[in-house]
Design a binder for this molecule. Structure first.
Ligand code: ACO
Length: 321
């Protein structure tokens, strides 16, 4: 059995902060941010929006796109590192909000690789025949985890959610390769769950996101092509056999370098970080939803998704659309 994506959804907060808005907060510029990252703006939670709210909105949209009711869902997995609370988990909050009363629900945290790991986990349950349907969600309210006075991090990230609905089918394809390197965790850290924005709660700055950007960059541009090649070797495919590579949307330069190292054109590497910034575990499902809504994918397309992030964690998965 294989889980097939039969619906997608996403949610981006209405409030949008442009690079120019950030230039009023820290010493940076629209030109610097666009050139180094490809990011032009990011969506930021306000009012009633939090991780559970965004995740539930994305899940509901995904259910609608799948033509399914919430009561048909057996499993809800939420990948996040920035939910406002610790308990109940965000997946249970989503269950309560959408009325998926049959579902088993839990959260997973593998930073920006979270959605990939959660999708792999859901596929394992569906592959074993334990569950037949699942919603996998990536959601982040990173604006709460950022030091808005640190220009080396705050310009990169954004808030949002993306979701996919999976249904078990007899035929289809799913394969995965994942790795973690716990010896290198210090290059990307966030030591506390900050429920209040930095500007309203300027406590110990070390509790907010900290990053050695150069090291993260080097890690990403070496490991992403490496793990994709490993997956392709395992599946006896060439890089050209793949129709689309959906990479975590951290930075345009990372995606471009990965494509170059795989000797592929950018037409196979759709991107949307210009609009959302790096939404961590939400970036891959938001992009999947965007492409699905634009009807870019066709039945049988071979799609590789690849995530990388804090932990350090990274991986690549192959699926058939
Ligand atoms: N605006 C203006 N200038 C800046 C900014 C800013 N926001 N940030 C740094 N600078 C300055 C630096 O101080 C430095 O100045 P100096 O030369 O006078 O010392 C100069 O710009 C160059 O700084 P670098 O850090 O070398 O810039 P770089 O080209 O490496 O780009 C960046 C920095 C964008 C952070 C890059 O390293 C990067 O993208 N790293 C990966 C980050 C990432 O993707 N993290 C998340 C991935 S995992 C996950 O998603 C959780």
């Amino acid at each position: 059995m294989v889980g097939k994506i039969c619906g997608t959804g996403s949610y981006a907060p209405a409030l949008v902060w442009s690079n120019n808005k950030l230039a009023e907060m820290v010493d940076t510029s629209d030109e610097w941010i666009r050139e180094r990252t490809g990011i032009a703006r990011r969506h930021v939670i306000s009012g009633i929006e939090d991780a559970a709210y965004m995740a539930a909105q994305a899940a509901q949209e995904a259910l609608k796109s799948a033509g399914m009711r919430s009561k048909e869902i057996d499993l809800i997995l939420v990948a996040t590192m920035s939910s406002e609370g610790i308990m109940p988990c965000t997946a249970c909050e989503v269950q309560g909000k959408i009325g998926a009363d049959r579902a088993t629900c839990f959260d997973m945290n593998a930073a920006c690789t979270g959605f990939l790991y959660a999708l792999n986990t859901a596929q394992a349950y569906l592959g074993q025949g334990i569950y037949r349907t699942a919603i996998v969600i990536g959601v982040e309210s990173l604006s709460n985890q950022l030091n808005w006075k640190d220009r080396s991090t705050c310009i990169l990230f954004g808030d949002g959610a993306g979701a996919v609905v999976l249904k078990a089918q007899d035929s289809g394809r799913y394969a995965q390769v994942t790795h973690s390197d716990g010896t290198r965790g210090e290059v990307l850290t966030c030591s506390s769950r900050n429920q209040i924005r930095f500007e309203e709660n300027p406590k110990d700055q070390s509790t907010y996101m900290q990053m050695d950007g150069g090291e993260v960059f080097k890690f990403a541009v070496s490991k992403v092509p490496e793990v994709i090649r490993e997956l392709l070797r395992q599946e006896k495919l060439s890089a050209d056999d793949i129709d689309y590579y959906i990479l975590h949307q951290a930075n345009e330069r990372i995606v471009r370098l990965a494509a170059k190292r795989l000797k592929l054109g950018m037409d196979k590497f759709p991107m949307n970080m210009e609009e959302y910034g790096n939404t961590s575990s939400a970036s891959i499902p938001i992009l999947l939803d965007e492409l699905n809504k634009k009807e870019i994918f066709h039945n049988g397309d071979q799609i590789v998704i690849s995530g990388f992030g804090g932990g350090l964690t990274y991986g690549a998965s192959l699926m058939e659309w």
